[in-house]
Write a protein that binds this ligand. Structure first.
Ligand code: AMP
Ligand code: FE
Ligand code: FE
Ligand code: ZN
Length: 315
């Protein structure tokens, strides 16, 4: 159990729950991004950080990309951190964009791999369209600046990269200002992203042997949350993210109650993005508002194994 040796000095006892309330030793984080999408750490650096915090397991959930997995797994084996294959998909819905996490997916599954490749190509074209909009609005910015903001990677470009480029060029003082002035939905340089439907996303995850979990439900309008959870549960969704850095205690309680009522599993994670979301910490979220016990990961793992067994022997 190498992760116990890696725990921070204040991280708690080697066995049992950590004594320090902010410590996350022995816990898991099922939502984190690397620079393969819109995080800022490499997969290796992300897993090294997880090991320093004493996390037992970490799901790498880059947007539309499973390319960080091999490197993250190599670091995880070296450091005693389990790395779970994850991906975050953007879903179109009449109530607004929602995000779906797929866990335990097979990165080699052809349909998933090909769909992700198409979504990433569309992201590249959208980044170019956003740059053109910004230039038409009189801002000095070029595609090279966006690629530089993505640390030279141009595979899964998103608005955080455009936002960082705007900051680097001195047009805004923060990533948040870039969204508020230019990039958020309804702002002048917003360009919509290619998205799957909920049914497509869930089927894609299941077809690749994984389980599908609704991410950060609080980003949906409040009145639409419960109907959407029900609608997605009816489509075969497996769980909902209950613990998340954007979720207040009352959000968590409500989401957990819906999960119980609908037979959905609970999941949780920080949604760590490195310096692209500087107030969110790996393993513990915002001000320690995320704590995820390994039991939630085990329940997701069991559900994924059951789905794969059922797919092999249809009744
Ligand atoms: P994209 O996938 O390119 O649409 O970008 C989505 C990313 O931008 C996610 O990581 C969000 O957390 C972040 N994001 C979306 N809307 C906002 C906003 N209004 N303010 C700050 N960040 C945002
Ligand atoms: Fe993101
Ligand atoms: Fe998300
Ligand atoms: Zn995310």
């Amino acid at each position: 159990m190498a992760h116990n040796d890696m725990r921070p000095a204040h991280g708690g006892e080697a066995f049992g729950p950590p004594r320090h309330p902010g410590g996350v030793a022995g816990l898991v984080d099922l939502h984190a991004h690397t620079y393969v999408s819109d995080g800022t750490l490499s997969p290796t650096a992300l897993v090294e950080l997880a090991a320093r915090k004493g996390l037992a397991a970490l799901a790498v959930t880059d947007h539309d990309h499973l390319g960080g997995l091999v490197e993250a797994r190599a670091a995880g084996e070296r450091l005693g951190v389990e790395v779970v294959a994850g991906v975050e998909l953007s879903i179109t819905h009449p109530a607004g964009e929602l995000h779906l996490l797929g866990y335990f997916v097979d990165p080699e599954e052809p349909r998933l791999a090909q769909t992700l490749q198409h979504l990433r190509a569309a992201r590249g074209r959208r980044a170019e369209a956003m740059v053109e909009r910004l230039r038409a609005l009189g801002l000095d910015i070029a595609m090279d600046d966006v690629v530089a903001a993505a640390q030279g990677r141009a595979e899964a470009l998103g608005r955080p990269h455009v936002a960082r480029a705007l900051m680097a060029k001195g047009h805004v003082a923060s990533i948040q200002e870039a969204f508020d002035r230019w990039l958020a939905d309804g702002r002048p340089a917003h360009v919509p992203k290619r998205k799957l439907t909920a049914a497509e996303g869930i089927a894609l995850v299941h077809g690749a042997g994984g389980v599908a979990v609704l991410a950060h439900a609080v980003t949906l309008p409040e009145a639409s949350r419960e109907p959407i959870v029900r609608e997605l549960a009816a489509l075969g969704m497996d769980g909902i993210e209950v613990a998340h850095s954007k979720h207040a205690p009352e959000d968590r309680a409500r989401l957990a109650a819906w999960a119980d009522a609908l037979g959905l599993l609970q999941s949780g994670g920080s949604d760590f993005h490195g310096d692209n979301k500087p107030d969110v910490e790996l393993g513990s979220g915002k001000g320690g508002n995320v704590r995820v016990a390994p039991e939630w990961l085990e329940a997701l793992r069991t559900r994924a194994a059951r789905r794969r067994a059922e797919a092999r022997s249809p009744t």
